[in-house]
Design a protein around this ligand. Structure first.
Ligand code: ADP
Length: 261
């Protein structure tokens, strides 16, 4: 089964009487378990495509299947239902609720669906543990690093067993060490069978995916698999950069210890 299948997808915006053709007929399939990076220059249609895949907007024409759901034909209410139950969003800015704890933030989608029983609560704790936050269950976002906050957002994206995780520049706010950690987590989730679709403008991030789709002027310019060696080399580079950053931090701490004050 495909996590998502799109055919001749078009999106036009009418702005001050002018029609902007943001997507001009894009087709591709994302099989379950795939890991896709979407790239393209500014204005190429990435956000428009992301909004359609995330059921935040309706296409002008074309087919958009998410799992077995034909989304292009849905009412706003049906779209909202799919959006909140079948898609896992991960944003650059984490979008956590500051007043809530780690576990409560992960529970939010279930809370809104009125599905938050004891079993689901346990599952949210397991998800927090799964993303490495077992020591932080009761912390609030302000007490967490950026990388930890993104882990909360990733755990939250998984509560519904989504068709796919839709990540929008998920590492855009993170330093090289934390980026390496988050991308390693994405690798693990993908190896566990999760489908990932991410928009990124960074070659090193896109190199981690199984496949790179490039948009240009609202059209699919290329759709290329990343060779396993290429992906491994990108992961190795990320680890090396992270190790270097860690060493530099340690060196700074040693210097601070030595400086008289
Ligand atoms: P990208 O994310 O690759 O930068 P977008 O999907 O944001 O590209 O934009 C594609 C095109 O559609 C651009 O020409 C942009 O100006 C236009 N566009 C995007 N959103 C709107 C909108 N809400 N109204 C009018 N034009 C839009």
């Amino acid at each position: 089964m495909h996590a998502c299948s799109i055919r001749e997808l078009k999106k036009e915006y009418v702005l001050k009487g002018e029609t902007v053709r943001a997507l001009r007929g894009v087709s591709f399939d994302v099989p379950e378990g795939d890991y896709v990076a979407i790239m393209g220059p500014s204005g190429s249609g990435k956000s428009t495509l992301l909004n359609l895949l995330g059921c935040l907007d309706q296409p002008t024409s074309g087919q958009l299947l998410l799992g077995a759901d034909n989304v292009a034909k849905m009412t706003d209410n049906q779209l909202a239902e799919i959006r909140s139950t079948r898609i896992g969003f991960v944003f650059q800015s984490y979008n956590l609720i500051q007043q809530l704890t780690v576990v409560e933030n992960i529970e939010v989608p279930l809370y809104y669906q009125g599905r938050l029983g004891a079993k689901q609560r346990r599952r949210c704790i397991e998800l927090a543990e799964r993303v490495g936050l077992s020591q932080r269950l009761g912390h609030r976002p302000s007490q967490l690093s950026g990388g930890q906050q993104q882990r909360v957002a990733i755990a939250r994206s998984l509560v519904n067993d989504p068709y796919f995780i839709l990540a929008d520049e998920a590492t855009g706010n993170l330093d090289s060490r934390t980026t390496a950690e988050i991308l390693a987590l994405f690798d693990e989730l993908n190896q566990e069978g999760r489908t990932l679709i991410m928009v990124t403008h960074e070659d090193d991030v896109a190199a981690r995916a199984k496949r790179v789709i490039r948009l240009r002027d609202g059209l699919l310019q290329s759709d290329t698999p990343n060779a396993p060696e290429q992906r491994q080399a990108a992961a190795d580079r990320a680890h090396a950069a992270a190790a270097q950053a860690l060493a530099a931090e340690a060196e700074l701490m040693v210097q601070a210890d030595r400086s008289p004050d």
